[in-house]
Unconditional design. Structure first.
Length: 405
């Protein structure tokens, strides 16, 4: 089997597990444990907080010790979390504290796996980066959507069954990475204490991002997206389903699937038309339209209206995620690619804990509907600011040999 196939199996297994988890985790905290809005926000923050602390470290470890090795370690760590939580469910010991432990372990594993996987992509296939990113995104969100639909049966099958399915998917991914054959790469020389070398490696990646107006602008918009969009997605929307529509795991899974299918529709379109040259412009327009679509979901026009809004928001997200990843991949120096992609993930995923906490308190103060509209308006204002103050709007898809343009 070709290395690219093993790569996609490894990546797909993680996205399947993550798709199941996205619904089941929110379902357990919001519906099973029936926690308050602020505690839902704290639980989601606990999942994303390790990303903020360890994502940059994960990128440097992947650059120095190999993405394959770090991805395997990440899958082993990730497998512990659903197994632990399944045991607490089966023994009748499921508590808010055990869910927090699960979240911290999974968040730490994600901080290792994400930059390692992104750094491996250019090593396993030939072709243009944008085309590879589109294909990888297609697999990511298509399989995630399948995971969401599996999780729709959580009410019927129970949390333990869902968690054991997640464990199985993670084990398949670990085996795929073990079998992945890569071209030989000379390991990075260790000329000083490993901790100091890793620390300097992280700083080098930060300086590279800071020096590039394009990478810097993408990083800023990622922070806003993680705060206003993703915080709303993982906290406000589950609470909206509970408070306004009295829904459960089925409604949660349908909304998650609508988002992913929207992204898949966009990716199919991108695969058909080929590369986009004005990547920055496409990114900013997608974020602006996405803000309007998400705000419409808070108008309380009915569940199917919310479903349509999330689908349109997902279509915009397909453009935004693909364009932002492409900009980072194309303009990252080859020897720093995992670190630069770690910064990409860090700015996006690392902002989600803040967004989760803010969203939880916005729901507590304003209610779920008004909180969703407020976050959308703030994101729209930020998009206008970035469009006027950065170079993203005029960015052409002309890869630079070095990102410090």
């Amino acid at each position: 089997m070709k290395p690219l196939n093993y790569y996609f199996i490894g990546a797909g297994s993680w996205f399947l597990a993550f798709g199941i988890q996205s619904v089941v985790f929110a379902w357990m905290v919001t519906m099973v444990l029936d926690e308050t809005a602020d505690r839902v926000g704290i639980a989601q923050m606990a999942f994303m907080l390790p990303t903020m602390f360890f994502m940059l470290l994960g990128g440097s470890l992947a650059d120095h010790y190999g993405g394959k090795r770090i991805a395997i370690i990440g899958h082993i760590l990730a497998s512990i979390a659903p197994l632990f939580l399944a045991i607490t469910v089966l023994t009748g010991e499921l508590t808010y504290q055990s869910v927090i432990i699960f979240a911290v372990i999974m968040g730490t594993a994600q901080a290792l796996i994400t930059p390692a996987r992104d750094g491996l992509l250019p090593l396993v296939a030939d072709g243009k980066i944008q085309r590879l990113v589109v294909q990888a995104s297609m697999i990511q969100f298509g399989i995630q959507a399948f995971g969401f639909l599996i999780a729709a049966y959580a009410d019927e099958l129970g949390a333990a069954t869902m968690l054991l399915l997640q464990f199985t998917a993670l084990q398949i991914g670990m085996l795929a990475y073990i079998k992945l054959k890569l071209p030989y790469q000379r390991p990075a020389p260790v000329n000083q204490h490993p901790f100091r070398q890793i620390s300097e490696s992280v700083l080098e990646g930060f300086r590279t991002v800071k020096a590039s107006p394009y990478l810097r602008a993408v990083a800023f918009q990622n922070v806003a997206m993680g705060t206003f969009f993703m915080g709303s997605y993982i906290v406000t929307i589950p609470l909206l389903i509970r408070e306004l529509y009295q829904g459960g795991s089925v409604e949660l899974s349908w909304l998650n699937a609508a988002n992913s299918f929207g992204i898949v529709v966009t990716i199919l379109y991108l695969m058909r038309i080929g590369d986009i040259h004005r990547q920055g412009r496409a990114l900013l327009l997608a974020q602006g339209v996405g803000s309007v679509a998400l705000a419409c979901g808070g108008l309380g026009l009915g569940f199917y209206s919310l479903l349509g809004s999330i689908f349109l928001w997902g279509m915009c997200g397909g453009f935004a995620l693909t364009m932002s990843r492409t900009i980072m991949q194309e303009r990252a120096p080859e020897k720093q690619r995992a670190r630069i992609m770690a910064f990409y993930s860090f700015t996006l995923l690392g902002a989600i804990p803040i967004g989760a906490l803010v969203s939880g308190y916005l729901v507590k103060w304003l209610g779920a509907s008004d909180a969703l509209i407020t976050s959308s308006i703030l994101m729209f204002i930020f998009v206008i600011f970035v469009s006027l103050s950065s170079t993203l709007w005029s960015l052409d898809a002309k890869p630079a040999s070095h990102p410090a343009e």
